[in-house]
Design a protein around this ligand. Structure first.
Ligand code: ADP
Length: 255
């Protein structure tokens, strides 16, 4: 990690669903151009954390800041247009890649990618098309822009999903188990794209069970357990030489 101020910062995040407390005071910092891997057992709150950073879920308290947008959830209006504008402002700072790609089935690969820039960001269509084509080439699908999702393999669909997340030029890309819905033999092609993005300097948070991938790509690793970050550090520290028995037990099981 560099000493420059973090591009992304979360402080004291709390999130409950009903009486279930899912995030119980999560702190997180990520510098520009770094990859952060979020590891932890199923149900520990990893997806909820990503969704809170993207304002898809709204924490009850805590602060999230990405670049020059900061939201203090303790002061968020309970309802109304002001609240929506604040959440939209935070959401625009990050692009999310889901476990299932959520592509529109009736739109081609290129149309899926330019949807966000043209509809949400109101950018000129020809500009969005040119950038969309460049993104498709970047994820290795330059020759498939007219294909519909059903005509693409699972790995190709997920690569379109990644290009779509990048198309809004987010400051941070959030990956939520991007390979866990894929057949084992095509996991590698999607991980290769993510690795490529890391080397190009994208700032990324990656929820993954691919521990060896995290070890190779991440600058920092956070281990969540029951809504709390119980361990954080370099991959060599957290994966190679974990301090906590809980982390060791998890790694023994998945490695
Ligand atoms: P992980 O990604 O680490 O597997 P999640 O963040 O998906 O964990 O889930 C953490 C806990 O929060 C789980 O117990 C899950 O059932 C619960 N949870 C997540 N989303 C919701 C929701 N929308 N409504 C109710 N419970 C939820």
């Amino acid at each position: 990690m560099t000493s420059s101020p973090p591009l992304l910062r979360a402080h004291g995040l709390h999130k409950s669903f009903g009486d279930r407390s899912v995030l119980r005071g999560v702190d997180l910092e990520a510098s520009q151009g770094t990859a952060t891997a979020l590891l932890g057992p199923s149900g520990s709150g990893k997806t909820t954390l990503l969704r809170c950073l993207n304002a898809l879920d709204v924490p009850e308290s805590g602060i999230v800041s990405i670049a020059d947008v900061e939201v203090d959830f303790d002061r968020l209006p309970a309802s109304g247009r002001g609240r929506e504008a604040i959440l939209r402002g935070l959401r625009a700072q990050s692009g999310m890649v889901f476990q299932q790609h959520h592509l529109f089935p009736h739109l081609t690969a290129l149309q899926n990618i330019i949807e966000g820039p043209v509809t949400a960001q109101r950018r000129p269509r020809d500009e969005a098309v040119a950038e969309g084509r460049a993104l498709l080439a970047q994820v290795g699908l330059g020759d498939r822009e007219d294909a519909y999702p059903s005509q693409l393999s699972g790995g190709q669909q997920q690569r379109v999903g990644i290009a779509r997340a990048l198309a809004i030029t987010p400051r941070v890309v959030l990956f939520d188990e991007p390979t866990s819905a894929l057949d084992p033999e095509i996991v590698g092609e999607v991980l290769a794209v993510i690795r490529d993005l890391a080397s190009q300097g994208w700032t990324m948070l990656i929820v993954t069970h691919e521990v060896r991938f995290a070890e190779a790509v991440a600058d920092q690793v956070l281990f969540l357990d029951d809504g709390v970050v119980i361990e954080r550090g370099t991959p060599a520290q957290v994966i190679g030489d974990p301090e906590r028995e809980r982390t060791r037990r998890f790694l023994r099981r998945v490695l």
